[in-house]
Design a protein around this ligand. Structure first.
Ligand code: ATP
Ligand code: MG
Length: 139
């Protein structure tokens, strides 16, 4: 059975371009409820830890560099079938391949500055959510 939470990050470029509001609006329109949310600036160590699964990928260093380049917004989102539905709402990793109307199509600049993160499984949604939020901070 699929879970009802996913985890998202509004990435640095989207935050500095003023897209927090428009992206949250898409999230709301998509039928998600915000369970937890906060703005923060990741340290290098925190970003390296969060993206540890990508450690061996060629873009790892670049990704950590970008994710620590400015403040981000992290949030836990609730909806039935949250992981799959949110990945549909955000679109393909490469914004040039993202479908019309998706968050990445509208707000991403590039593969690196692709506006948002979305969990890729129920297990990772839980791990990523609890990386940033305690149980007391989730509503
Ligand atoms: P996310 O995990 O951020 O939701 P994703 O699951 O679509 O994105 P992953 O394969 O998990 O994509 O890659 C994590 C992030 O690393 C991507 O969102 C993107 O910003 C960056 N990335 C992935 N592939 C590349 C690449 N070839 N060049 C530069 N950056 C990349
Ligand atoms: Mg991913």
């Amino acid at each position: 059975m699929s879970g009802n939470i996913t985890f998202t990050i509004i990435k640095p470029f989207a935050v500095s371009n003023g897209y927090i509001g428009p992206i949250l609006n898409k999230i709301h329109q998509g039928g998600f409820r915000i369970s937890a949310m906060r703005m923060l600036w990741l340290t290098r160590g925190e970003a390296e830890r969060f993206y540890e699964v990508h450690e061996e990928r060629p873009f790892y260093k670049d990704l950590v560099e970008f994710m620590t380049s400015g403040p981000i917004v992290v949030a836990i989102l609730k909806k039935e079938n949250a992981v799959e539905d949110y990945r549909k709402l955000i679109g393909a990793t490469d914004p040039e391949k993202a479908e019309e109307g998706t968050i990445r199509k509208e707000f991403a600049e590039s593969m690196r500055a692709n506006a948002v993160h979305g969990s890729d499984s129920d297990d990772n949604a839980k791990i990523e959510g609890s990386f940033f939020f305690s149980g007391l901070q989730q509503f």
